[in-house]
Design a protein around this ligand. Sequence first.
Ligand SMILES: NC(=O)C1=CN([C@@H]2O[C@H](COP(=O)(O)OP(=O)(O)OC[C@H]3O[C@@H](n4cnc5c(N)ncnc54)[C@H](O)[C@@H]3O)[C@@H](O)[C@H]2O)C=CC1
Ligand SMILES: CC/C=C\CC(=O)/C=C/C=C\C=C\C=C\[C@@H](O)[C@@H](O)C/C=C\CCC(=O)O
Length: 257
Amino acid sequence: MTYDIKGKTAIVTGSARGIGKCICSDLLKKGANVVVSDTAEDVGNETTAEFQKEFGESRVVFIRCNVTKEEDLQNLYSKAIATFGYVDIVVNNAGILNEENWKLMMEINVTGLIRSCQLALDNMSTKNKGKGGVVVNLASVAGLMAGEGSKVYHASKHAVYGYTRSQYLTQGTDNVRFNCVCPFLVDTALAQDWDNSNRTFLTSDLIEKLKAHMLKTEDIAEAVIFLIEDESNAGKAYLVTPFQKWDYYEQPSVLPF
Ligand SMILES: NC(=O)C1=CN([C@@H]2O[C@H](COP(=O)(O)OP(=O)(O)OC[C@H]3O[C@@H](n4cnc5c(N)ncnc54)[C@H](O)[C@@H]3O)[C@@H](O)[C@H]2O)C=CC1
Ligand SMILES: CC/C=C\CC(=O)/C=C/C=C\C=C\C=C\[C@@H](O)[C@@H](O)C/C=C\CCC(=O)O
């Protein structure tokens, strides 16, 4: 079954640039109203002006939001609803890669994302008089595999994967569908800045080899649109790499019953 994006309203966190910006662009092309949201106010306003020129002023707004701040997140949802009447789609994209500042990384990649999911449920769940909706979370292949030089980043993305899958269990009562996307390296500032030289396994040579196979932001936007539209695979992670056909990740079953 296909979810129709046209006429819906979407929030994308961390969308002033990179993957988030590209997701906004594809949502607009599909006919959604879009809330661009980021801590970077100048870039966010520039991106929004660019979109307004292409898609019409009334279809895009910028709302500043630092996902680590409770009041910012609440303001994001309430302003989005005040502007467009409802929020149907949330893409939790904001994320950083910073092993030195690992506590902040966990706050952004995990705590902020989970809080945004809770607010999405508060506003969208049919249990709370919402109309239902869709949430797509940005995990990573790092959420499905080990990583020598960025252990906390990998842990943060495992958390996104586990949280997203677990939401599946209550989807029937909330009518809010959760999925996550697990991309390999994507050509953005986050990946370009990745430098884990002097490791045992992950040598500079290997990093250069990995970087030779980067995906494009357009690939991830395409995958996110696919997830939003596909109503029949709730709770699943979608694996996007240049090495194999993009597909849902099949988690082995642990329980014998
Ligand atoms: N680039 C890559 O290779 C991959 C990236 N990802 C994930 O995709 C997402 C987007 O990453 P990229 O576009 O590559 O990074 P990016 O660095 O190009 O963009 C991230 C955006 O998030 C914003 N941001 C940072 N902290 C924030 C906060 N506290 N609140 C709100 N916004 C904040 C930044 O200002 C920036 O605009 C992240 O969650 C990342 O972990 C997943 C797999 C691969
Ligand atoms: C990891 C941070 C960099 C970029 C952001 C991102 O989300 C995407 C990363 C894509 C590829 C990362 C590959 C990392 C490989 C290394 O860390 C190796 O040390 C992995 C080696 C073995 C893993 C085997 C296993 O899972 O057990």
